[in-house]
Design a protein around this ligand. Structure first.
Ligand SMILES: Cc1cc2nc3c(=O)[nH]c(=O)nc-3n(C[C@H](O)[C@H](O)[C@H](O)COP(=O)(O)O)c2cc1C
Length: 282
C-alpha cells in the first residue's frame, strides 16, 4: 500500500500500525483517528431510496419540524459530504456545524437578521406582492409566504451549517468546484436520511461578525449557509426547464435528440418573477 511508505501517527504524535488513518496531504503524514467515539464502530446508515430518485427529489426545503438531528445522522451526512471531489484532492472544504450551543444561537440570530433584511428587499424589488402575487394561491404568493416563514424562523432552525473553503491561492472562478460538490453531497445525503435543507447566501452581509464569533481564519471562504432539518411536508419532485433546453450537442444551442424528459416530468421557468421594462410585475 502507498500508505506504508509514510509514517502512521496518531494525533499525539505516536507511531502506530493501526490501519485506520486519515491523510494530512499538506504534511504527507498519515494519521490514524484518535477519536474513540462509539460512532467510529457504527457504519453509515444506508437509505433505501434509489440514488437517482433521491437526486430528483432533493428540493430546497425551508420549513422544518422542531426536531434535532441525531448525531449519528449528522455524522452520516457529513461523512457523505466529505466524500466529494476537490482539485488535486486537496480536500479544502470544512463544515462548521451549529446546533444548540450558545454560539450556535448567536450565529443563527446573526444570520437570521441578515436573512430578514435580504428577503424584505428582494420581496419588494422582485414584486412578489404584485401581479399574480395578489392571488394568495399563485406560486408567487406561496413562495413569498414560504420565504417569510423561513426568514422569520431562521434563528431556530434545527441545524445551521457553514460550508467553508480553505483558500490555498488567490480567489479563482473555479475554486467553488472544490466546495460546492461537497455541499450537494450533503444535501443528497440529508435527503436520503429523511432530512431537507437549502443553500443560502444570507451570511454574506454579516460574514465579518460571523468570522469573529466563530473564530474562522481570514484565509477561509465561507461558501454559503445551509439550514437542515426534518421537513414539514413532502419532498416532491424537483421541477426544472425541459431537458433539451439544457443539453446541447456539437454546437451551442443545438439540442441533443436524446435529451427528452422522462414521463411525468414537471417543469418550471427559471429565476425570480419576470418584470416588464417599467418594473411592473407580470
Ligand atoms: C448559489 C445558490 C444560492 C442560493 N441562495 C439562496 C438564498 O439566499 N435564499 C434562499 O432561500 N434560497 C437560496 N438558494 C436556493 C434556491 O432558491 C433553490 O435551490 C432553487 O430555487 C431551486 O429550488 P428547488 O430545488 O426546490 O426547485 C440558493 C441556491 C443556490 C444554488
Amino acid at each position: 500500500m502507498a500508505q506504508q511508505s509514510v509514517a502512521l501517527l496518531n494525533r499525539s504524535g505516536q507511531t502506530s500500525s493501526d490501519s485506520r488513518f486519515q491523510h494530512n496531504l499538506n504534511r504527507r503524514v498519515v494519521y490514524m483517528s484518535s477519536n474513540n467515539h462509539p460512532l467510529g464502530q457504527q457504519p453509515v446508515e444506508q437509505p433505501i431510496i434509489p440514488l437517482l430518485e433521491g437526486l430528483a427529489t432533493t428540493r430546497a426545503i425551508r420549513r422544518y419540524k422542531d426536531e434535532a438531528i441525531p448525531e449519528a445522522h449528522l455524522r452520516d451526512i457529513l461523512f457523505s459530504a466529505t466524500r466529494a471531489p476537490s482539485g488535486s484532492n486537496r480536500q479544502p472544504f470544512r463544515f462548521l456545524v451549529l446546533t444548540d450551543s450558545e454560539k450556535a444561537a448567536q450565529a443563527k440570530a446573526l444570520i437570521a437578521q441578515s436573512a430578514q433584511d435580504i428577503w424584505t428587499e428582494k420581496e419588494r424589488n422582485d414584486g412578489y406582492t404584485k401581479g399574480s402575487g395578489s392571488n394568495p394561491d399563485s406560486p408567487k404568493s406561496r413562495m413569498a409566504r414560504t420565504m417569510r416563514e423561513y426568514v422569520g424562523h431562521f434563528g431556530s432552525v434545527p441545524v445551521l451549517i457553514l460550508p467553508c473553503l480553505i483558500r490555498y491561492r488567490d480567489p479563482d472562478p473555479m475554486e467553488g468546484a472544490s466546495v460546492y460538490p461537497a455541499v450537494q453531497n450533503l444535501l443528497l445525503a440529508a435527503r436520503g436520511l429523511g432530512y431537507g435543507g437549502v443553500i443560502t447566501g444570507f451570511h454574506r452581509p454579516v460574514e465579518a461578525e460571523l468570522k469573529t464569533l466563530l473564530e474562522i481564519p481570514d484565509d477561509v471562504f465561507v461558501a454559503c449557509t445551509l439550514t437542515l432539518g426534518k421537513p414539514q411536508g413532502s419532498h416532491g419532485p424537483v421541477r426544472r426547464r425541459p431537458l433539451d433546453e439544457f443539453v446541447f450537442t456539437d454546437s451551442w444551442g443545438s439540442s441533443a435528440h436524446w435529451a427528452v424528459d422522462p414521463p411525468g416530468t414537471r417543469f418550471t421557468s427559471a429565476g425570480p418573477p419576470k418584470k416588464h421594462k417599467d418594473n411592473q410585475e407580470v
